[in-house]
Design a binder for this molecule. Sequence first.
Ligand code: FAD
Length: 624
Amino acid sequence: EEGSKGRESGYWRLSKLAVPARDDPGKDFTGISLPLLQAIAKAIKFPVPSMLPDEAFTVIRKSFDARKVLKEPQFTYIVDMDVKKILNIEPRAWDFIARLEPKLGVVEYMTEEKLAVDLVSMLNVSSKGSNNVLGIRDTHSGMIYRQQKKPRVAVIGSGPSGLFASLVLGELGAEVTLLERGQPVEQRGRDIGALAVRRILQPESNFCFGEGGAGTWSDGKLMTRIGKNTDGVQAVMKTFVHFGAPPNILVDGKPHLGTDKLVPLLRKFRHHLRELGVTIRFNARVDDLIVEDGQVKGIVVSDVELQPGPASQKLAFDAVVMAVGHSARDTYSMLWQHNVDMSPKSFAVGLRIEHPQELINSIQYSELAAEVQRGRGRIPVADYKIVKSVGERDAENELDIAEPTRSCYSFCMCPGGQVVLTSTNPSELCINGMSFSRRASKWANSALVVTVSSHDFKPFQSHGPLAGVEFQRQFERRAAMMGGGNFVVPAQCVTDFISNRLSVTTLPPSSYRLGVRPSNLHELFPPYITEALQESLIMIDREMPGFVSSKALLHGVEVCFQTRTSSPLQISRHGETYESTSLRGLYPTGEGAGYAGGILSAAVDGMYCGFALAKQLSLFHGDI
Ligand code: FAD
């Protein structure tokens, strides 16, 4: 009975609604089209689609699906249906709706209350700055916290995790100082320009360091394995929209921002933090922690712009949030010197592969490829995702091990993007991919990486928890030497890589602006990595004929930490409090601490770290 009463006034979630691509208004339209109404009518067995009122439906998710198993490419929707609105306008609809039993996966019944769950981010609780803050809602536990006093908190790093930790703590009224070794986005943009044009690498202001962290000059893909619909992810996405991201990121099945959207968003974020009273210091590199009786009491910070040489300053804090990302190797060493509990983690290394985007479009979409029009068409620029298991070879005796023990997978695929340099040191060469929001470049690039684990790091055991970092560094140094310096990247045509021969003819063109040098990339990695890459490429080509092509170029070297809990190491922390297990007052968070991989999961981790710390600093006392 309760069910039927609820059903008359509640919502139904309709999923797997398919609209053929040829009938759909296209990737940028998130409203209710007639073809979508037809798909809805089919799902709820309603005979006259045009009689269904548009206003009764809300698109929750829209994704493009061009898998070969389908008869034709389609857009797939998840839609919420407001039953009351349908009945108001078309009472006869109930005859059809009432007959249906909700079927999991096709039609999921939801009560009004469930949909009314307050996912509104913390920003909506207090939009006028710290003076008017009443409290803040933790979307995870539903608790509302109230401001009481002002403990001093240092947040180190302005990547997604540091920004969200600062936002929560700032909103709650802590006295937050956000310290960032790099430059604000305006100057950082100029520094990155100088790197691309004049080969000048600023060690503290580059693709990894600076306002917004490593993801600022990126593809800005907002996908995550921690669940799109979780409260934390929704709160982060809504906060992005609040700061200027296009609202369709809330609906798009594969949302992405592009660097041109990320930069203004970060400026607004900075402005809001300052309004809250957060002190933001750029060019401020934290070199050391002040520790007394097993507790962090403060930090030692250098102004990296001061000439000659950085001047150090000691600052006292009640707590320190460590959100430094995975490129801050000096910071890792400093933590090791303080005997902070850390352990090496598995990650993945490999190469970045680049194809002409048109080739990927035609492999993935066949005749529909013509409609892509470099990001301006109805159909999104084609991407791909590959995971292969490969048999491991024992490096010492060259015996095949029967069980597949390594994965080779694509990661950080940037359709319509470009290959960029992510080194922070000229003697180490590391690359990644980025794009602009339109994804209009003529290139498609992606990491193609092979998993490695602590077993592989054994030769670097003397580096303790930093063994994985050293393992990674050897390849980056070798790549720099193979490229011949000046950030030139060693590269090889895919067909030549498979047959293990140096590319002697001219290489296919590359989007990488600092130049590529023909090399035999078999010299870069040990055989177990090279062979896993070769084997996988052959398997991928069977699935995506044309992927192995003389037009495709491999670039070295790519390192990927972005599995859910991967990073070259993990800093141990208590699950509830987020506090380091070995050093009181230290709160490791985000990707560098080993608790996130990617923009969204890092932001979510930083946000919850902020809440956990707020509890311990007694910034709240229960519900208000
Ligand atoms: P970071 O973003 O790395 O931020 C750490 C910050 O701390 C940096 O700004 C750094 O300067 C600062 N810092 C470090 N040490 C110190 C110190 N001692 N003192 C003061 N400040 C310090 N992820 C996605 O989800 N989608 C993508 O499309 C995507 N594309 C990417 C493209 C590129 C080129 C790169 C490099 C990364 C990309 N990523 C992407 C990964 C994503 O950027 C990271 O997962 C995410 O930024 C991690 O967030 P974080 O806050 O944990 O660390």
